[in-house]
Write a new protein. Structure first.
Length: 160
């Protein structure tokens, strides 16, 4: 069973690296600034790169790491779904969407600099792929990866 899981985990690892690479390409090369929720939605992918690499290095705590990854992708699906709801107007933006530094006691130059770095609104879709926002695509992918990680966890529980 572990060999089957190892193949699946290699796929999740490769897909996570690809997803992060695409996100950073869109951000830094194409110039689309992400909102705060977009940045939070990257956490499950970063965690999967770290935890799957750790799992392969240690070769221990396989089921525990798989459960943690499953929970990360569930978290990603929930955050992405919430983000899509904000984009579609079903939910209002939360405090996470408006996180920024205090503006008390700023000079004119500092205020202008801060205005350049104002966070992107979570309801503004700055990039679409095949007509879908990245939050929508991430919701679908996160649900699929949650299902895949559930299968991995279940495989570790079966007799070998």
């Amino acid at each position: 069973m572990f060999e089957n899981n190892r193949l699946i985990l290699n796929g999740v690892l490769a897909f996570s690296i690809l997803s992060l690479s695409i996100a950073y390409f869109i951000q830094y090369i194409l110039g689309h600034k992400p909102c705060n929720l977009c940045l939070i939605e990257r956490i499950p992918y970063i965690a999967s790169v770290i935890l799957i690499s750790l799992l392969f290095i240690l070769n221990r705590f396989k089921k525990i790491i798989a459960i943690i990854l499953f929970l990360f992708f569930i978290f990603g699906a929930i955050i992405s779904f919430y983000h899509v709801g904000i984009e579609q107007g079903f939910f209002s933006e939360s405090f996470v969407c408006n996180l920024s530094d205090s503006q008390d006691g700023l000079t004119t130059k500092q205020l202008l600099k801060q205005l350049e770095n104002t966070p992107v609104s979570c309801k503004d879709v700055t990039f679409r792929f095949i007509g879908l926002s990245l939050a929508t695509i991430n919701t679908i992918i996160s649900v699929l990866l949650s299902g895949i990680m559930f299968k991995v966890v279940r495989n570790y529980g079966q007799n070998k």
